[in-house]
Write a protein of this length. Structure first.
Lengths: 114, 114
């Protein structure tokens, strides 16, 4: 069965500093990985995805994520955090062996302080 | 495009009552999904639909029913509300269900069962 782990419930960073939100996964086949962001009282918004190719994926709002197959990780990164980046971030995985069902991690709350 | 819309935004139900959560998308997407989000947990798939007239169970279907009479609408029915159904419900849609397809989410319905 496929699974996703986000080991940190909350990440605190100062505005202007780099941020990392961690995600590890477990799949039987090839992983297809997604990051979504949820702002207060809003639905999830797509940020970026890894399907194949370059291990560094660039997405919306200056975010990027690095796929590491040996460490089964897909960490979300941004070089310089903004207060407006404060939100709930979800990592998700799709597995070719699991009927294409999308499995979400538990979410990580990012708090960016001025 | 309005994208994916959901009504109501918030509802309080008494145990045993029934209600229908509405979901509509205007992107002509074939696939639609219902998820529930519990505190500290990732999203869990309740039901999904691959097109009008076709629905299938997800990971946590018990206590819910769905129908899909049109491409645009995918209502979720709770027949006998239970406290365990207190959650935030998200509807999503995608053009197809290929491995790389992005899902688009509605703003959610917060349900409290007392």
């Amino acid at each position: 069965a496929q699974s996703v782990a986000q080991p940190e419930d909350q990440v605190n960073v100062a505005e202007g500093n780099p941020l990392t939100v961690k995600c590890t996964y477990s799949v039987s086949g090839n992983p297809y990985l997604f990051w979504y962001v949820q702002y207060p009282n809003r639905g999830l918004q797509f940020l970026l995805k890894y399907i194949t190719g370059d291990n560094l994926v660039k997405g919306s709002y200056g975010f990027e994520a690095e796929f590491n197959k040996s460490q089964t990780s897909f960490h979300l990164k941004k070089p310089s955090a903004l207060v407006s980046d404060s939100a709930l971030y979800f990592c998700a995985v799709r597995d070719t062996y699991a009927g294409n069902m999308l499995t979400f991690g538990g979410g990580t709350r990012l708090m960016v302080k001025p | 495009n309005a994208g994916v819309t959901q009504t109501p935004k918030f509802r309080i139900l008494k145990i045993g009552q029934s209600m229908t959560l509405q979901c509509t998308q205007d992107m002509n997407h074939n696939y639609m999904y219902w998820y529930r989000q519990d505190p500290g947990m990732g999203l869990k798939l309740i039901y999904y639909s691959v097109g009008a007239g076709i629905t299938d169970k997800g990971e946590v279907p018990n206590g819910y029913n769905v129908s899909r009479s049109t491409t645009e609408d995918f209502p979720l029915r709770l027949e006998l509300a239970a406290p365990s159904q207190t959650s935030v419900y998200f509807c999503a849609s995608s053009y197809d269900r290929t491995i790389q397809e992005t899902q688009y989410f509605g703003p959610g319905t917060r349900l409290l069962v007392l």
